[in-house]
Design a protein around this ligand. Structure first.
Ligand SMILES: CC(=O)SCCNC(=O)CCNC(=O)[C@H](O)C(C)(C)COP(=O)(O)OP(=O)(O)OC[C@H]1O[C@@H](n2cnc3c(N)ncnc32)[C@H](O)[C@@H]1OP(=O)(O)O
Ligand SMILES: O=C([O-])CC(=O)C(=O)O
Length: 395
């Protein structure tokens, strides 16, 4: 068998153009539509960043007010979505819960003709669907956590912006400004990251001219894995296992001896550190100070320094965001759903970009299975003999 030039995991393969974001490992930078993400996190509400990702420009005051009004209109948890969530067992993973909720929203959207020929939708329909999902996800995530805790649903508040309302619906009390600010920054930092696994999944699904909801459902499935979004949950599991800074060295000795992956470290593209980490770490520091938890800072710093010095592998965004969400009070299993609530903006921007310049995504594979063989006594019919006369490239 001839050796094929396989790029395992598509590592290093450039598959298409995108104008949504630029990840540059050389300069350790990340641009959303040209703007450094750090500048956006320091100056913008998440709503403005969502607008930027969808439209390519930051909104004027009027455009932002319009988006905020529309977001408020679609905040409340729809009855059928709540009913579907309530059917799920309480120990279902929240990622499965959110995935199901998005499916229900998609199945209930009767815009378009209903035919598969029309599934991909117009740019206007897809923008409308994107805003609806973006608006609905906080109530889904918040309700999920409250349901697991045996608490009553908290209705959205029209006088609060996206991040403050998200925290209100989750905890039933108004969050301090420093907490809202840290949370808003995390939403911005998680919003977009070029052709990561979940975004690429969304683009593959979109490339078949399927609908936006199906692409988001698929993306949620890809995000759940601990090599991708699930790592923010996994970081907290690891930190709980370690317990305190004193235990880092023995814990790490054993984890490395067992060849375990240390969650929240490493990245396919960034090899010298993730561009978003310093901004998220600064947000974590404000939370550590606010909640007076120096023990978290000690454990964070000790694990980072030990792991980096031993392996030369740096933290990714999930490393500071895991403990940040823990300090805010989110349950560990809710962390990756928070990632969904943010990343739905990037996913949908990519879905619209893919639709606007589509080509079916269908790579080739090199076959390394059993040699051709036949069922004993089988006699090919005429159709099969005819097909064999027209051999195609194997794939
Ligand atoms: C928002 C995000 O999605 S960011 C990513 C979140 N994911 C995680 O934090 C999970 C932990 N990290 C990882 O598993 C990896 O770093 C990935 C999957 C993110 C990127 O990995 P890849 O580019 O595919 O590199 P790969 O996994 O092959 O790692 C290369 C080497 O570094 C090692 N390595 C990479 N990351 C880690 C880690 N976190 N812990 C231990 N070893 C690691 C690998 O074991 C491998 O070693 P080897 O060459 O001796 O086999
Ligand atoms: O880019 C990646 O591979 C993963 C990542 O950091 C993200 O999706 O935010």
């Amino acid at each position: 068998m001839a050796e094929a030039d396989i790029k395992k995991g598509l590592a290093g393969v450039v598959v298409d153009y995108t104008a949504v974001s630029k990840v540059n490992p050389e300069t350790n930078s990340l641009l959303y539509r040209g703007y450094p993400v750090q500048e956006l996190a320091a100056t913008q509400p998440f709503e403005a960043v969502a607008y930027l990702l969808w439209h390519g420009e930051l909104p004027t005051d009027e455009q932002l007010a319009e988006l905020r009004a529309e977001e408020r209109r679609h905040r409340a948890l729809a009855d059928n979505v709540r009913a579907a969530i309530d059917l799920l067992p309480l120990d279902a993973h929240p990622m499965d819960e959110v995935r199901t909720a998005v499916s229900v929203i998609g199945a209930s959207d009767n815009s378009g003709s209903g035919s598969v020929l029309d599934a991909a939708g117009s740019p206007e329909e897809n923008l409308e669907r994107s805003i609806r999902l973006y608006a609905a996800l906080p109530s889904i995530v918040a309700y999920g956590q409250r349901r697991r805790r045996g608490q009553e649903i908290v209705e959205p508040r029209d006088d609060l912006d996206y991040s403050a309302n998200f925290l209100w619906m989750t905890f039933g009390e108004e969050a301090d400004e420093v907490v809202v600010d840290a949370f808003n920054r995390s939403m911005i930092l998680y919003a977009e990251h070029s052709f990561n696994a979940s975004t690429f999944t969304a683009r593959v699904i979109t490339s078949t001219l399927s609908d936006l909801y199906s692409a988001v459902v698929g993306a949620i499935g890809a995000l759940k894995g601990p090599l991708h979004g699930g790592a923010n949950e996994a970081v907290l599991h690891i930190m709980s296992e370690i317990g305190s800074a004193d235990n880092v060295v023995p814990w790490l000795d054993q984890a490395l001896a067992e060849k375990r992956k240390i969650m929240g470290f490493g990245h396919r593209v960034y090899k010298r550190g993730d561009s978003r980490v310093p901004t998220m770490k600064a947000a974590l520091d404000t939370l550590i100070e606010h909640y007076d938890r120096p023990d978290v800072a000690e454990l964070y710093a000790k694990l980072e320094s030990e792991f980096v010095s031993r392996k030369g592998i740096y933290p990714n965004l999930d490393y500071p965001s895991g403990p940040a969400y823990n300090l805010i009070g989110f349950d560990t299993l809710t962390f990756t759903p928070l990632f969904i609530a943010s990343r739905v903006t990037g996913w949908t921007a990519h879905i619209m970009e893919q639709t606007a310049s589509n080509a079916l995504i269908r790579p080739l594979s090199a076959y390394n299975g059993a040699d051709e063989r036949h069922i004993e006594g089988y006699v090919p019919d005429a159709a099969e003999l005819e097909a064999q006369e027209r051999p195609e490239e194997s794939a």
